[in-house]
Design a protein around this ligand. Structure first.
Ligand SMILES: O=C(O)C1=C[C@@H](OP(=O)(O)O)[C@@H](O)[C@H](O)C1
Ligand SMILES: C=C(OP(=O)(O)O)C(=O)O
Length: 428
């Protein structure tokens, strides 16, 4: 297996132009594909998760052109729902932002589609989404195990109406039904049961739908009303914000061993909840500066924090390895759904943090990390989880090297991560 050893880093500083947000790239592609008119998407992310969405759109007959560097996509919308006569199989890797939204969009289209993915995708639940779509009378079949992909979807026109959806495992299920709702022939009301997790991602969904001309009535995230029989409208040009989750590694590095690092492509008005990772760093003691198109962080003495990070589950992983450099313990709470992401992230994080010397308590939905006085060199298993690889690069900001196993797993959202990280670093 390929490994990458990062030697101890004395200092980090510089400017990072962030690649496009994964969450926004895949939403923008899907809505542009459904919309009336041609959309020119710029700063599109080029990564595996986005390739899976693009490949699915190609197979569905959507016409688009990509620039040589794959960051500009001009896409001609189908002005309605997808139409495809022959049965199709779409392979979606482990991309939640492709699997979940496409399940709903295809259930209301004229298609007969089987959605497949990597083995881990077949362990990531989708039952809450399918249960919601079945209430609209969708035709969806589990091909292996109840509540998990692969799925066979025989899409058809659906009438809408009132449904309930369990929001306690993934917000992507609600995102999926919201994006499909305007395509129903009648109006719909979507009522949330259970505590809605990862709420800021719903704001991304509503903001994107609005950019494509569809306004949703949001009753305090308890229920949503969407008018039926609508068509998404292309906004013409659409610029993808920088990826705020990807920014977290650089901002954390600055807090630990800056210098100052400035990330551009996101700022104080960004729509992604993960920009509030910078607030976590500030609470730990770092100095944060916010502009309209940048966030910069400068080092300071860090102290441990104890907070609920349900709203930013992806960036919260970066807090776990930043905690290695703080005075006192850090608790990251209310992150149960770490267990159903690329791997069981609570277990993976606890196991690997212990390897570098931390004392870790792994709860059902929290992790409590007490940093060691000196970090130990370790070979870090990454569990095919891009965020495990990126988070543990921070260990090199010590007097100790760190070895990252399978570093190429960052291709899910950030293929160039290690090149960018190294370009900011001065070795000890
Ligand atoms: O809607 C989105 O773009 C996402 C929502 C979050 O998932 P959950 O809602 O499952 O927490 C997040 O972890 C994922 O990386 C992207
Ligand atoms: C959970 C993640 O991905 P997905 O979109 O596949 O859910 C992630 O990127 O951390």
């Amino acid at each position: 297996m390929k490994t990458l050893t990062l030697e101890p880093i004395a200092k980090v500083e510089g400017v990072v132009h962030l690649p496009g947000s994964k969450s926004i790239s895949n939403r923008a592609l899907l809505l542009a594909a459904l919309a009336k008119g041609t959309t020119r998407i710029t700063n599109l992310l080029d990564s595996d998760d986005v390739s899976h969405m693009l490949n699915a759109l190609t197979a569905l007959g959507v016409q688009f052109s990509l620039s040589a560097d794959k960051t500009v996509c001009e896409i001609k919308g189908v002005a309605g729902v997808f139409q495809h006569k022959e049965p199709l199989e779409l392979f979606l890797g482990n991309a939640g932002t492709a699997m979940r939204p496409l399940t709903a969009a295809l259930a209301v289209s004229n298609v007969d589609v089987t959605l497949t993915g990597e083995p881990r995708m077949y362990e990531r639940p989708i039952g809450h989404l399918v249960d919601a779509l079945l209430q609209w009378n969708a035709d969806i079949e589990y091909l292996q195990h109840k509540d998990y992909p692969p799925l066979r979807i025989r899409g058809k026109a659906l009438a809408g109406g009132k449904i309930s959806i369990d929001g306690s495992v993934s917000s992507q299920f609600l995102t999926a039904v919201l994006m499909a709702a305007p395509l129903l022939s009648g109006d719909s009301e979507i009522v949330i049961s259970g505590e809605l997790v990862s709420k800021p991602y719903i704001d991304i969904t509503l903001a994107l739908m609005a950019r494509f001309g569809v306004v949703v009535d949001n009753n305090n995230y308890q229920s949503f009303v969407v008018k039926g029989n609508q068509q998404y409208q292309s906004p013409g040009d659409f610029l993808v914000e920088g990826d705020a989750s990807s920014a977290s590694y650089f901002l954390a590095a600055a807090a630990i061993k800056g210098g100052t690092i400035k990330v551009t492509g996101i700022g104080k008005n960004a729509v992604q909840g993960d920009i509030h990772f910078a607030d976590a760093l500030e609470a730990m003691g770092a100095t944060v500066d916010w502009g309209y198109d940048y966030i910069s962080v400068t080092r300071n003495q860090l102290k441990g924090i104890d907070r609920d990070y349900n709203a930013i589950p992806d960036a919260a992983m970066t807090i776990a390895t930043t905690a290695l450099f703080a005075q006192g313990p850090t608790a990251i709470r209310n992150v149960y759904n770490w267990r159903v992401k690329e791997t069981d992230r609570l277990n993976a994080m606890a196991t690997e943090l212990r390897k570098v010397g931390a004392e870790v308590e792994e709860g059902e939905d929290y992790i409590l990390i007490t940093p060691p006085t000196t970090l130990k060199h370790a070979s870090i298993a990454t569990y095919n989880d891009h965020r495990m690889a990126m988070c543990f690069s921070l260990v090199a900001l010590s007097n100790t090297a760190v070895t990252i196993e399978d570093p190429d797993c960052t291709r899910k959202t950030f293929p160039q991560y290690f090149e960018v990280f190294s370009s900011l670093s001065t070795l000890a």
